[in-house]
Design a protein around this ligand. Structure first.
Ligand SMILES: [Zn+2]
Length: 457
């Protein structure tokens, strides 16, 4: 069988349904994952899927492949990725496999793997491909059983989080699998809930289930204003990411709401560590320090944030993409619904509106992520040269993930996208003049290496 090696990516496996990802391919991957799990001393894997059309067929194929390796399967059915992660803490195995295309268009699907509490990344994912092509696959007879976990997930959250007042909220599940959990949970918390697109529908007929794109937040913004809600929450297709809209209808991007989460967590845990990625606002670091916490910057990628949190013992982590990880009072995995609940908890304790709360948090002018197209085969070599040759006098350089240059009143970042043929840039500064100055510095250094680049700024 021919398997396309490019579906084995940095953080997960992802392909196009019936092209690079077929039931036969998924079955082989299942056998490889089962073999890998057994090699690591696991005998049972939890499996689940999101709401995509190809989900049921792929989940069955995955189960078949895992069983073929001699590993047992507990099939949890359709649910958000974070509910599967929750199950790895509640049930007798700490390993699980999620069939999900996350926020991607309907024609995509994919697989995320957690073994013994650790998300497989990069070489470990590539190793699954190697196992398949080298036919290093166990053969045995595993068994499949079924279990239910959603009720336990809801009960657990409702038992440990009480909202101090009734909040009027709008939730937008974007027809993703969030619809199977979020409406029920937020009602159980006592909220007055207006729902948008809770019907799980793998065609995503309303808007893509990706709250990191401004256009996808427009329906939520309109509804929040129309019903006079206190807050709007949006989730991506598999609910590991959160989007937030204030009562005034303004989007609060993740690096800003992380400031609020950090402040809240640090009020109970003085000196605790917060991990965030290189794309985040400089105010996040300043505010963590101001509230007595320890800021730690990480490479971008939810798996890297998680790994850095484990390494530093951090109680909170997050990234610009909207993945938020609570280790305080929760299990440390990325969970969009749980992050939403924690935000409601904070809002319900305060007398100000959400817009007023964020008005009081320092802000800057910033750009969204800007994409500079570059051939995949040139991308990493170009970044190597840039990092060696570029001169940024007076700036503080961070080389965790590409190059971030911080000045007293702003910063710029350039890094390679791990998954697309682009270099990604982002800029932030106290005013337009400083923003332009930093962009000009980057422009000069980029043009020095290649004057044919199509710069997006
Ligand atoms: Zn996702």
């Amino acid at each position: 069988m021919n398997i396309d090696p490019t579906i084995f990516r940095a953080y997960d496996i992802r392909g196009i349904v019936d092209k690079t990802l077929t039931p036969e391919v998924v079955e082989k991957i299942g056998q490889a994952i089962g073999t890998e799990a057994r090699a690591r001393g696991e005998s049972t894997l939890l499996i689940a899927r999101d709401g995509r059309i190809s989900g049921p067929l792929f989940l069955a194929a995955l189960s078949k492949g895992i069983i073929k390796s001699g590993c047992h399967v507990i099939n949890l059915g359709a649910m958000p990725s974070p509910v599967l992660y929750f199950a790895t803490y509640m049930l007798k195995t700490h390993s699980g496999v999620m069939v999900t295309g996350s926020h991607n268009p309907p024609e995509y699907n994919g697989i995320k793997v957690v073994l013994k509490g650790v998300t497989l990344v990069e070489d470990e994912i590539k190793a699954l491909y190697d196992r398949i092509v080298n036919n290093e696959l166990d053969i045995g007879v595993g068994e499949e059983s079924h279990s239910e976990i959603i009720d336990q997930y809801i009960k657990n959250i409702v038992n440990h989080i009480k909202l101090k007042k009734k909040l009027r909220i709008v939730i937008d599940c974007g027809n993703g699998i969030g619809g199977a959990v979020a409406p029920q949970l937020f009602k159980a918390l006592g909220c007055d809930v207006t729902e948008l697109f809770s019907e799980v529908d793998g065609h995503f007929p309303n808007h893509p289930a990706d709250p990191s794109i401004e256009a996808n937040m427009q329906d939520l913004i309109n509804k929040v204003k129309k019903v006079g809600a206190d807050i709007g929450l949006a989730f991506d297709g598999d609910v590991d990411r959160l989007g937030v809209v204030t009562n005034k209808g303004d989007i609060i991007w993740p690096d800003r709401y992380l400031i609020l989460f950090a402040e809240d967590m640090l009020s109970r845990n003085p000196g605790a560590t917060v991990v965030y990625d290189v794309k985040c606002t400089r105010h996040l670091r300043e505010e963590i320090l101001r509230h007595g916490g320890k800021p730690v910057m990480s490479r971008t990628g939810h798996s890297f944030i998680k790994a850095k949190m484990q390494e530093t013992g951090a109680l909170l982590g997050g990234e610009m993409s909207g993945h938020v990880f609570f280790k305080e009072r929760w299990y440390g995995f990325d969970d969009g619904i749980y992050a939403g609940v924690r935000l409601l908890e904070i809002l319900a304790k305060r007398t100000e509106t959400l817009a007023e709360i964020f008005d009081a948090i320092p802000t800057s002018i910033n750009t969204p992520e800007l994409k500079l197209p570059i051939d995949d085969d040139k991308k990493f070599a170009f970044m190597d040269r840039f990092m060696k040759d570029a001169k940024f006098a007076g700036g503080t350089l961070t080389t965790l993930d590409g190059l971030r240059v911080d000045y007293p009143d702003g910063w710029g970042l350039i890094r390679s996208s791990n998954t697309t043929p682009y270099l990604i840039l982002r800029f932030e500064a106290k005013d337009e003049i400083e923003l332009k100055r930093i962009q000009d510095l980057f422009r000069q250094e980029l043009i020095k290496l290649d004057d044919g680049l199509e710069l997006p700024f």
